[in-house]
Design a protein around this ligand. Sequence first.
Ligand SMILES: Nc1ncnc2c1ncn2[C@@H]1O[C@H](COP(=O)(O)OP(=O)(O)OP(=O)(O)O)[C@@H](O)[C@H]1O
Ligand SMILES: [Mg+2]
Length: 219
Amino acid sequence: MISFAHVYKTYPGPVHALRDVNLSIQKGEFLFLTGPSGAGKTTLFRMISAFDKPSSGLISVAGHDLCEITAGEVTYYRRRIGVVFQDFRLLKGRTVFENVALPLEVRSERPQNLSRKVDEMLENVGLSYKRKNYIEQLSGGEQQRVAIARALIHQPGVLIADEPTGNLDPQMSEEIMDLLDRVNAQGTTVFVATHDHELVKRRAKRVVTIQAGQLTVGD
Ligand SMILES: Nc1ncnc2c1ncn2[C@@H]1O[C@H](COP(=O)(O)OP(=O)(O)OP(=O)(O)O)[C@@H](O)[C@H]1O
Ligand SMILES: [Mg+2]
């Protein structure tokens, strides 16, 4: 489903953000990515979401070669994946409902289906009562849950989530992880970057760790 072969990413500096990363993730797997700040987690996710290309090596996700992918194909590819960004990237000046509806709008979903799906998803993340609020009226944890809802609304085959519980209290973190578990049980491949070692310990999942750009097998 996701495969990295000898992937390197060097930023100007030079900063060697990824160094010879090799990784294979099966369809339907749920795995965690841990590692200290600056280790390369977001960089690795930027490669999977095709926001950036590696300096060298091969990356393939759901049959797409992400090193050779064209701009046109990227648009199509992104509709098949769900991404929770570390910094949320929600649209200010739009409501919670409008933000979550966006991935369905680009797919021209029928209005009555769209409304039902968005309402169901907002229920799942416990934000129904904020559906008409603007993004800038929400707390950090609420914004995080909107970002998760938006990433899941189109039932992606692959979900990558960069610190999806970073702004949530322990109880809400567990609820969000339960939601990701359910999504995974329905067949979505789920890859979650987190600093929260307690959360990782409580869930018996495969863990990969990154340190200074290099992957090591997890705990
Ligand atoms: N656009 C960029 N230009 C130059 N260096 C960058 C850029 N983006 C990231 N880096 C550097 O690459 C390294 C990896 O950064 P990355 O954001 O992937 O870390 P991370 O593991 O996600 O950290 P955190 O846990 O703090 O989110 C860091 O040294 C960072 O400073
Ligand atoms: Mg990061």
